[in-house]
Design a protein around this ligand. Structure first.
Ligand code: SAM
Length: 250
């Protein structure tokens, strides 16, 4: 997969894509991340990429010409590239969108700055607009890295065999069950006995029950979107009643 990142701050994204799992995926050529400096497409002695807003007001706006030229170059080389503007006004990024993007051969992430990009770029030169959350950041570089990370780890071969995607939060429609590692007793806090039992069936059941309980407690909205099987409903009811009994001191 190719991911282009169009930015006026290339060094903001250069470091993170060389580290850890993403860095290894780049080295192993499972993903090709290309950082494109929008300023290289600006003209004039100062290669200016922003200007004052028509109508007045505070802040600057990213000029359309350098963006159009940079996006044009990407499209010329690959008309199939999906050009995505990062914007707090876009559709809200989630695991489903990460999965959707991971199935594409080429995405191009356009990072805004200042008050954002000239509206004509949004209207005529991008295919999609994505927000990473209901808050405003100073630029699209961190959102672009969030998307790169979430998408890259879904690509075949990027995660090692030990890092299974199948049970992760959101992939199953539930939050994932809790994890423990050595030592068995840490500051008087014991690992749940069941995880030390070696009984794989019982461990699977416990994990499913914990995932259901966690989701019920923390993200009931996810449960509403999910049709639980009868077995899941029974597991959840048992977990809730055990928890309530414990709370009541029984
Ligand atoms: N004036 C814009 C508004 O009120 O909607 C905010 C512009 S923001 C300061 C500058 C740039 O940061 C945006 O063009 C976008 O590329 C990026 N950005 C900020 N928050 C974002 C978010 N939540 N998701 C994606 N991109 C974001």
């Amino acid at each position: 997969m190719i991911i282009d990142i169009l930015t006026i701050f290339p060094s903001m994204v250069a470091g993170p894509i060389t580290e850890s799992i993403i860095g290894k995926a780049v080295t192993r050529e499972l993903i090709d991340i290309r950082i494109i400096n929008i300023r290289d497409y600006a003209v004039g002695p100062h290669r200016t990429t922003d200007d004052r807003p028509f109508g007045g007001g505070s802040g600057m706006v990213m000029k359309p010409e350098p963006l159009m030229a940079a996006i044009g170059d990407v499209r010329k080389n690959d008309p199939a590239a999906r050009v995505i503007l990062l914007s707090p006004q876009g559709r809200l990024f989630d695991q489903g969108i990460a999965l959707e993007l991971s199935r594409l051969s080429h995405i191009c992430l356009v990072c805004g700055r200042y008050e954002g990009v000239d509206e004509r770029i949004r209207d005529h030169y991008v295919d999609d607009e994505i927000s990473i959350g209901d808050y405003v950041l100073t630029g699209g570089e961190l959102p672009a890295l969030v998307i790169v990370d979430a998408v890259a780890r879904l690509l075949p071969g990027v995660l090692g065999s030990n890092e299974s995607l199948t049970e992760e939060s959101f992939i199953t429609g539930l939050l994932e069950y809790p994890h423990y590692t050595r030592p068995e007793i840490f500051e008087n806090h014991r690992v749940p006995d069941i995880l030390l039992s070696g009984n794989h069936g019982a461990i699977r059941r416990w994990r499913r029950q914990q995932a259901l309980l966690r989701t019920w407690e923390r993200r009931p909205d996810l449960l509403k979107k999910n049709d639980l099987s009868l077995e899941d409903e029974e597991l959840l009811a048992e977990a809730v009643s055990t928890k309530e009994m414990r709370k009541a001191g029984n």
